[in-house]
Design a protein around this ligand. Structure first.
Ligand SMILES: [Zn+2]
Ligand SMILES: [Zn+2]
Length: 455
């Protein structure tokens, strides 16, 4: 990742000059669009490492050391750069901050100051032009493209990093970044393998270069995969998603929908069974007295977000169903007219003032043809609501799809329609459609009517 500090970028941005990123890529100028320093760090060196690996045999001890150092440097990014410095989701003692600044530097992803600044812009301007690694510009762009191609720093959203400028560890690491990279990225992994069991080259290639490559790619997945793969249990208006695969790859940073909703929570996974080793490590540091003030969002607030998102999904499902023509859109019919049409062979049934055309349903009526025929042309409110049979919720739902009109003076309907006009806050979903809950259909009489044949 970029080792280019924010000051250098600011200096490069001469206000009068058009930034190269704002010009079209052509056959003549394409190489000017490429950020060659970053290409060296994130593509050139890994390729060199892969070629070296062909000639350097991998020893078991070196392999184990490379994996251990992968976790150290990876946690430097996730627990240090990300959750501590970018989001202040907990506080760390000085020794822990020095450790995290060192191992985080060993991941070769830029200084804390630069990394946290861009990351805060990513959270503040997610999916917009000001998001430095917006997934809206493509999966590959959010993974690598934003570093490989030059970006106009002025286009990245502004963020406040005054707190970081006050942390001497952050400032020191930023000023000495190249030294930190050389020491922690390459020298330490090589020294441990070399002094420990004589495998200098293995330490350099496997625990150094290739380990850097894997940590970098894992972190980049948070910007790409975590905005592309998985569920959105808390909010689906932006791209962040939750997925166990992303979590496995990124030391627990994969519950990214949660993270973008509750960024100051030191956890990414809130369920005990979800994989979040970064959270477990921070918790362990707390037990050791190295970390304190671990921040958590109230469970009540988290559940509110979850319920609202569920509600939205339900609204979308509800909107796809046929709930029958809304009552206020049905034509009004005179009672005599209704009786007349029924006599002339149209299978009309009035229930609670709503007229239903059951002509095509008579043969399918579970209670038999005779029963349904006996209600045609009459007020079948009582029959339907217990007089003959106390119809199920499903029956009321089905009935509503057969509505064709309302009877003038059909009192329940009139009252209901009036109540609805007077009370605009009648329960409606996000799209403005009335929510019909079980047992709330207009044809439903709350108490079953016990006497037979009230019609
Ligand atoms: Zn994100
Ligand atoms: Zn974040």
């Amino acid at each position: 990742m970029s080792a280019q500090p924010a000051d250098a970028r600011a200096r490069a941005a001469d206000p009068k000059k058009v930034h190269i990123a704002d010009t079209a890529i052509t056959r003549q100028n394409w190489y000017k669009h490429v950020n060659w320093l970053n290409v060296t760090f994130i593509i050139g060196i890994p390729v060199f490492g892969c070629i070296q690996a062909l000639f350097v045999p991998l020893q078991l001890k070196t392999a184990i050391w490379a994996v251990i150092y992968y976790f150290f440097t990876g946690l430097g990014i996730t627990a240090g750069y990300h959750r501590l410095w970018a989001h202040c989701s907990y506080s760390a003692t000085l020794p822990l901050r020095i450790w995290l600044a060192a191992v985080g530097g060993g991941a070769v992803e830029g200084s804390i100051r630069w990394w946290a600044r861009d990351h805060r812009a990513h959270h503040r301007y997610t999916d917009t032009e000001k998001d430095p690694y917006s997934v809206r510009k493509g999966l590959l762009y959010s993974h690598l493209g934003w570093m490989v191609m030059k970006q106009n720093p002025k286009r990245i959203g502004r963020t406040d990093i005054s707190d970081l400028n006050e942390d001497p560890v952050v400032v020191w690491q930023h000023r000495n970044y190249i030294k930190v990279v050389l020491a922690m990225g390459l020298a330490v992994p090589m020294l441990v393998a070399g002094l420990g069991w004589g495998d200098w080259m293995g330490g350099f290639v496997y625990a150094g270069i290739l380990r850097i490559f894997f940590v970098q790619q894992a972190t980049f997945c948070v910007n790409s995969l975590a905005h592309w793969l998985g569920d959105q249990p808390f909010d689906d208006r932006n791209s962040p998603r939750d997925h166990v695969i992303t979590a496995l790859v990124t030391l627990g940073e994969g519950y990214h929908n949660f993270h973008h909703e509750f960024p100051s929570d030191y956890r990414n996974a809130i369920e005990w069974h979800q994989y979040d080793p970064t959270k477990w490590t921070i918790w362990a540091w707390k037990q050791l007295g190295l970390a304190y003030d671990l921040k958590k969002f109230r469970a009540n607030e988290i559940e509110k977000g979850r319920v609202q998102q569920l509600q939205k999904k339900i609204d979308q499902k509800r909107a796809k169903l046929d709930w029958g023509t809304p009552l206020d859109q049905l034509p009004v019919m005179e009672w005599d007219d209704y009786v007349e049409q029924a006599k002339n062979g149209r299978g009309l049934i009035a229930i609670a003032g709503v007229i239903h055309d059951v002509t095509d349903f008579i043969k399918d009526h579970p209670g038999g043809k005779a029963m349904i025929n006996s209600g045609i042309g009459k007020d079948a409110t009582a029959m339907f609501n217990g007089g003959v049979y106390y119809h199920s919720n499903a029956a009321h739902n089905l009935l509503s799809t057969m509505r064709v009109g309302v009877i003038r003076g059909g009192c329940e309907v009139e009252i209901w329609k009036r109540a609805q006009k007077e009370n605009p806050e009648y329960v409606r979903d996000a799209a403005g459609h009335r929510v019909i809950r079980a047992g709330e259909q207009p044809t439903k009489i709350p108490e079953p009517i016990p006497t037979a044949d009230a019609a």
